[in-house]
Write a protein that binds this ligand. Structure first.
Ligand SMILES: [Fe+2]
Ligand SMILES: [Fe+2]
Length: 332
């Protein structure tokens, strides 16, 4: 339980020791991705607890053994926000090696991947209209997919580290992870899985266009607020089109993840076979993550309780065969 909190806070609450003016310029990163001989095209900083940042290593340097030893003593490592793109490019490469490194246990790999991809998902949801988000979403999906391909039972490792706290970007990352595991279990091909992971990651992009007070409201929404909230799938669909996504399956997942098989969903009130595979999968993973996540007004359910509730009370809305595959995936 304690571990989950640490991971969440390392991703979200970046700047607790610093004044806001300094904190807003720096991004907390995961120091575990650095190894000897890595060449970095961005500078690394640490917080020396005197409320300012100190340079740890200058941009365009190689990491040497002594740097790595010193890193062990540093609690938190940062980059400047202006070098975020360089850092993200480096991280994408490093995650590839992390996955292939047989010396790293699966739980630790999954932990590193989750922390790093959560950062990418945060960048994505902070600036949803950015054209680089298509590339960014690939950088999130690829390491998760490769981890699934390289290991059995990846889902169980992810479930152990996925946090209980709710943020739109971690929710979207979680839905992407569950969708990729479920899609693999359903026998989807690699190309389809990449598209599915991307669609799931972007499924709530439209929420970024809705008043934060509504999105983050503690408790149930009133009628007006709910009507506004219901516009997020269509808003997200438009953002996805604007950043250049053309794949119909990806767009379907974003626009139709709140449709229900009996026609009572939104925005297009699709029914039965009109709802394609991606929204069916994303819908189930979306509900599962919502039920297993803690909000200020509700407790998190355990995995099996969440699935049981879905199967018992939502069978008219969701694809029960896909739920059965989800159950099998958790059970195996
Ligand atoms: Fe949604
Ligand atoms: Fe969602």
């Amino acid at each position: 339980m304690k571990r989950k909190k640490i991971i969440q806070s390392s991703v979200r609450t970046n700047y607790i020791d610093l004044p806001i003016s300094v904190a807003s310029s720096y991004i907390l990163i995961d120091k575990r991705i650095f190894g000897v001989d890595d060449h970095i095209k961005f500078s690394l900083f640490f917080n020396d607890k005197l409320t300012h940042m100190s340079l740890f290593l200058q941009s365009n340097s190689a990491i040497e053994k002594e740097h790595q030893d010193k890193l062990k003593e540093i609690e938190k490592l940062y980059i400047h926000h202006t070098q975020k793109n360089e850092y993200e490019a480096f991280m994408g490469e490093k995650l590839r090696f992390t996955i292939e490194d047989e010396a790293i246990p699966l739980d630790e790999k999954v932990d590193i991947i989750y922390t790093s991809t959560a950062q990418l998902a945060n960048s994505l949801y902070e600036n949803p209209d950015a054209l680089e988000n298509v590339q960014r979403s690939k950088k999130v999906v690829e390491p998760i997919l490769q981890t699934i391909f390289h290991n059995e039972n990846t889902i169980k490792s992810f479930i152990k580290i996925i946090g209980y706290d709710y943020y739109t970007h971690t929710h979207s990352l979680n839905v992407s992870i569950y969708s990729l595991c479920l899609g693999t279990e359903l026998g989807l091909e690699e190309k389809e899985l990449r598209a599915l992971g991307c669609s799931a990651l972007l499924h709530d992009l439209g929420k970024s266009s809705i008043d934060r007070n509504i999105v983050n409201k503690a408790g149930s929404l009133n009628q007006d607020e709910f009507e506004r909230m219901k516009t997020h799938p269509a808003l997200g669909y438009n953002i996805a089109l604007n950043i250049g996504i053309k794949d119909k399956n990806i767009l379907d997942g974003i626009r139709h993840h709140h449709e229900k098989l009996d026609g009572s969903g939104y925005p297009d009130k699709l029914k039965g076979e009109e709802i394609t595979l991606f929204p069916r999968i994303i819908c189930i993973c979306d509900i599962f993550d919502a039920l297993t996540t803690q909000r200020s007004y509700k407790m998190a359910l355990r995995s099996y309780d969440a699935i049981f509730l879905m199967k018992t009370y939502m069978y008219k809305h969701v694809d029960v065969k896909i739920i059965d595959t989800f159950i099998k995936m958790l059970h195996d």
